[in-house]
Design a protein around this ligand. Structure first.
Ligand code: DP6
Length: 325
């Protein structure tokens, strides 16, 4: 029996990954940049055993169906290939997210599974190789191997596409990200399906691709100079551009709900009142607000006049993967 346990934290992209140039290897169309956060994480245990006759996957105590297990099995196939061992596994994952947040994160999930597998089979992969492995499970997972600000270099092949931590002189410790958890009944378009539809059909996609490298450069410069306004402005603009591409997809779609817009308007109002804060969104209706730690209480207080306090979660910069005993 070979057993490993690991914890990985979720990350939110300030410069988004949106579109793949290789669907199988999960190579992105552009570099992305994220902040790893402390509030949401996944703990995963994986056991490889000679006596198992199939892979099984438990998430939050519930045995998962064939579809969810298949995604895990395909990832474990990569691990088995590296280990040159043909062993089935039992994967037990727990997501630490506020109830009904709709934030089940593939980033923390696949990063934790990669790290736990590495531990279980004593693969001794470097963090770079772990990042490459996690990427094959879910692109954004490659960034969750590391803490703080992280850049995913798109690369040109499996070998050259991985994330690295950005040096920032711990500036991320002065920042916070406030999550506005928006409950909506819309049918989800997964990030995987959404980006595929956008790349293949949206006439706005070339515009996104043209701007992404400039946005990345602006964000990296802002981090170097600890310029919060510059980082916030480019984060908000880049997120809006990503969401703009979905409107020209065929068929068109949007992740925004009425409450997402309400949160965005609140951010604009706060800014007009002199509090610097900026929003971003991913493949769902939740809004994430980047704010300096010193202003996070004021932002939360104002949002509490518009949303239930159970919908608001304040996160700070989080660490990279942790091995659990
Ligand atoms: C909008 O990493 O979930 O959150 O690689 O297909 O698993 P797959 O997609 P995923 O996409 C994340 C997209 C995003 C932006 C980001 O995190 O950069």
């Amino acid at each position: 029996m070979h057993k490993g346990r690991a914890r990985a934290f979720t990350n939110i992209a300030l410069i988004k990954y949106w579109g793949k140039k290789d669907e199988t290897l999960i190579l992105p169309m552009n570099n992305s940049l994220s902040l790893t956060l402390d509030a949401f994480y996944t703990e995963t245990e994986v056991i490889f055993n000679e006596t198992f006759t199939q892979d099984t996957f438990y998430l939050d105590g519930v045995l998962q169906d064939e579809k969810a297990t298949k995604k895990i099995s395909q990832f474990l196939d990569l691990v088995r290939e590296i280990a040159k061992k043909n062993l089935y596994a039992q994967v037990t994952s727990e997501n630490f997210v506020p109830t009904a947040a709709g934030l089940a994160s593939s980033a923390s999930g696949l990063a934790a599974l990669a790290a736990a597998s590495n531990e279980a089979l004593k693969l001794q992969l470097s963090e770079t190789d772990l990042s490459r492995l996690a990427r094959r499970g879910s692109g954004s997972a490659c960034r969750s191997i590391f803490g703080g600000f992280v850049e995913w270099e798109q690369g040109i092949d499996d070998h050259s596409s991985y994330a690295t931590p950005l040096s920032s002189d711990h500036w991320e410790d002065d920042l916070a990200m406030l999550f506005v958890l928006v409950n909506d009944q819309q049918k989800d378009v997964s990030s995987r399906d959404g980006m595929y539809r956008t790349v293949t059909t949206s006439s706005f996609y070339p515009g996104w691709l043209a701007d992404a490298p400039k946005d990345l450069a602006t964000a990296k410069k802002a981090i170097q100079e600890k310029d919060f306004i510059a980082l916030g402005e480019v984060t908000e603009a880049n997120g809006l551009k990503m969401h703009g591409t979905t409107l020209a997809a065929v068929p068109p779609f949007t992740y925004w709900s009425p409450d997402s817009l309400k949160a965005m308007q609140a951010v604009r109002k706060l800014r007009a009142d002199g509090i610097n804060c900026y929003f971003t969104m991913d493949a769902g209706p939740n809004v994430k607000i980047l704010v300096e730690k010193k202003n996070s209480k004021d932002v939360k207080k104002y949002l509490e006049t518009l949303f239930d306090s159970s919908q608001l979660v304040c996160a700070y910069a989080g660490p990279g993967i942790e091995i659990l005993k």
